[in-house]
Design a protein around this ligand. Sequence first.
Ligand code: IPD
Ligand code: CA
Ligand code: CA
Ligand code: CA
Length: 267
Amino acid sequence: MDQSTSTELSAVAVEAARAAGDRLRKAFRSRPAVETKSDFHDPVTEHDRAAEEIIREVIERRVPGSTVIGEEGGSEGSGEIRWYVDPIDGTANFAAGLPFFCVSIAAAAGDEVVAGVVYDPVRDDEFRADLGGAWCNDVRLRSAGATRDREAMLLTSYPTPRELADGGEEVLREFGRMLASFASTRRPGSTALKLAHVAGGWADVAYGSRVSPWDVAAGSLLVRQAGGVFIPLDGSIFEPGGYLAHVGGFDLAGSVMSDLVPPGRSA
Ligand code: IPD
Ligand code: CA
Ligand code: CA
Ligand code: CA
């Protein structure tokens, strides 16, 4: 795809993310009712569904016939351009009133993410990427920071209850090795915003297991277009699985995180 088409798609993503974000900003700290999906660790609110509807309406109007794959509404359409939509990434934070959540929207064609936006409506931070670069509020992003674990900030998630049930002690040992190795470790609760902050060089490494394509598609392009590295750990970005991302210049071979990267797998 040429760069100007990817720029047009990113403008559509921005329009959709800002429209949804306006609603989320107004609804923030309104103590929304929380329902659960698969179990009590998996919350959803009426605002997740409404924001996804707003995003689908903008995409369908601006790029008719697209395929849209959203966390709340499933997959619709069969067009060549595929949109991966997370209407609220960080629902638990949003529902509780913690200001760390975002709207994440990516466009993909074939096996490539070609445009993406991660919009933080509380800070009004618009992280946008296309095939020509990555920006935050129109300032070009350069993903640069620490080179070694001992100087680096790691953004991760905690092992999930399912992983603990499946992997037991080894999962906790692995988590302990990360805590011991990095200067600081945080669990902010929004995969897409974690990646946006690595793209900005405000954190050095991001890691997560068992995420979905709508969590990582936009953030992966932000990181790569800013000069950082994004590695899907279980195959494709477009399938559920783990990921590792880091700023440009980070010494992955010398990091405790290199144990998580299967041999032969790279960015
Ligand atoms: C979740 C967040 C969280 C990550 C989970 C995701 P949601 O997304 O990104 O940080 O650890 O794996 O499911 O459900 O809030 O959109
Ligand atoms: Ca969810
Ligand atoms: Ca998500
Ligand atoms: Ca979500």
